[in-house]
Design a protein around this ligand. Sequence first.
Ligand SMILES: C[S@@+](CC[C@H](N)C(=O)[O-])C[C@H]1O[C@@H](n2cnc3c(N)ncnc32)[C@H](O)[C@@H]1O
Length: 254
Amino acid sequence: MNNKANILTTAELFDNTFVNVEPLVIPNFADLLKKKIKVLNNYGGVGGNRKRWQNVEVTMVEQNAEIAEQYQKFYPEDTVIVGDAHQYLLEHFAEFQIKWGSPPCPTHSKINYSLKGQGIYRYPDMKLYEEIIFLQHFDTELWVIENVQPYYKPLVEGKKIGRHLFWSNFKITDYDAKYKIESDTGRKPIIREAQIPELLKLHGLEDFKIKNKRQVLRNCVFPELGLHVFNCALAELRQRQPELFYEDTSKIAV
Ligand SMILES: C[S@@+](CC[C@H](N)C(=O)[O-])C[C@H]1O[C@@H](n2cnc3c(N)ncnc32)[C@H](O)[C@@H]1O
C-alpha cells in the first residue's frame, strides 16, 4: 500500500478492509466510465453499501420514510422513493444497468434459533427468493441481491462474504471481510456487539438522529464491501459493453 498518490492495485483494494486507513484514491472501474450509469439501490436503508459508489445515477427505494429521509441527506443527488421495493423491482427492473437489493434479513438470520427459546416462530420471508428467481430468469442486465447467511441451507446457492450471502449474475470475487471495530471497552470486535459510535466510525458515517439507530447502522453493508461488489459488477459491464468505458486501464490490475 505504498504506491504513489495512495493508489491501490485492485488486489490491494480487495484486501483493504480496515476502517482506520486514510481515504484513498481507489482505482475502480467507475473511474473509467464515460458517463454515469443507472443503478437501482433497492431496500436502501441509510446507504452503507452505496457510500463508495461513483459515476452513478442512483434510484433508492426504502419503505421507512424516516430512514429514506436520512439517506437523502447522505446522498442528495440520488432519487429517493418511499415505497415497496419488492413491487418497484418488478415494475422497473429493466430501467437500470445495475440493481442492488438488500431485502430484510430478520426472518432468515440465525437469530431465529434463539427466538425459538422465547416461543417466537416465524416463516422465512420468501420474497428474497422471489426476487432472486425472477431476476435470474428475466433480467438481462446486472443484478445482485444481498442478505445474511441464513439459518437453513440456502434454496439458491450464493457467494459467502463475511456475514453476508450474495446472489448475482456476475462474478463476485473473494473479499476478506475483516471489520476492525474500534472499541476501548474490551467488547468483542464484532458487528453484533458494536455500539452506535463504533458503527458510525466503521461505516464512516456522520452522526444522525433516527429511531432504532443502532439497528439501522447494524443493517448497513460495510461501504468497502459495497464498493467491492459494485466494482465486480462494473468488471462484468466492461466485458459486455466496453464502449461504456475509457480504455486506459493503467491504474487497474484486473
Ligand atoms: C438490510 S437494510 C438495507 C441496508 C442497506 N443495503 C445498507 O447497506 O445500508 C433493509 C432496509 O429495507 C427496508 N425495507 C424493508 N421492507 C421494505 C420494503 N418492502 N420496501 C422497501 N424497503 C423495505 C428496511 O426499512 C431497511 O432499511
